[in-house]
Design a protein around this ligand. Structure first.
Ligand SMILES: [Zn+2]
Length: 256
């Protein structure tokens, strides 16, 4: 592909998913996990000049959120990330309001293993989604399991014993979900394409700044050069493919 190997597209339609045949409509439901509006602090974007923040009207910070996404497709219910799992998490109440019980979730696709994306996988140290299979990029999993200081990832692995699947982006995934490598934010940060929906994880932490200025990273990006390259490639791909881009830290309406 033209993105110089940043993206490796997964094989298209899966034979292993158990999903119903293609053709049913795909629906996506953003779930804002945080009850109150959030701002990413200006200080998180240390490389961006003050003049730019002033020009963009972002002196107080950049509007953001912590989101997960529920997708219904082919008779299956898929969660993309699981948010924070904090006391005031809205993940379960919103799922309930959508008529989805925790046991109804078939798959959880994880973009990366930061706590604000995986905290909701556990409830009282047990699997919050008792029937779900959890999909995690192998590079991401292997990176974190070897430096998982507090054992949180190991707890997740234990709770979902036998139901953690690690994959590489070219592997077939359920329901025709395609995994794309967008490394940089974390070693195996992965985004997902389903029809014209691109679930872009932490490709941007401050959309109002980074959409026009992808060259600036938030402090959270572990490899800033790779993160910038991935961010630029995602924006280009979205524009050329007319994709609807959803982000785990986009403010409402949670997509571009
Ligand atoms: Zn995040």
């Amino acid at each position: 592909m033209r993105f110089k190997g940043i993206f490796i597209t997964a094989v298209v339609w899966t034979l292993i998913s158990g999903c119903a045949s293609k053709g049913s409509q795909t629906e996506i439901y953003p779930i804002q996990d945080n009850p109150a509006p959030r701002l990413m602090a200006r200080a998180l974007f240390a490389d961006a000049p003050d003049s730019l923040f002033v020009a963009l009207g972002l002196n107080d910070g950049v509007p953001s959120s912590v989101c997960a996404f529920l997708v219904r497709t082919e008779g299956r219910q898929i969660l993309f990330d699981a948010a924070n799992g904090a006391e005031d998490s809205r993940l379960m109440p919103v799922l309930d309001s959508l008529g989805t019980a925790p046991e109804d979730i078939d798959y959880v696709f994880i973009t990366h293993l930061h706590g604000d994306h995986t905290g909701g996988l556990l409830k009282d140290d047990a699997a919050a989604f008792p029937n779900a299979v959890i999909y995690i990029n192998k590079i991401e999993y292997d990176s974190w399991i070897s430096m998982d200081g507090n054992g949180r990832l190991q707890m997740i692995a234990d709770a979902y014993d036998g139901r953690i699947v690690t994959f590489m982006p070219e592997d077939s995934l359920p329901c025709g979900v395609k995994a794309l490598a967008a490394y940089g934010h974390t070693p195996g940060h992965t985004i997902y394409l389903l029809d014209d929906i691109l679930i872009a994880g932490d490709i941007m932490h401050g959309v109002a700044l980074q959409r026009e200025h992808p060259e600036f990273c938030a402090r959270f990006d572990m490899d800033s050069e790779a993160a910038v390259n991935s961010r630029k490639a995602v924006l280009q791909m979205a524009s050329e493919g007319n994709l609807k881009v959803y982000g785990m830290h986009f403010p409402a309406p949670y997509h571009l």
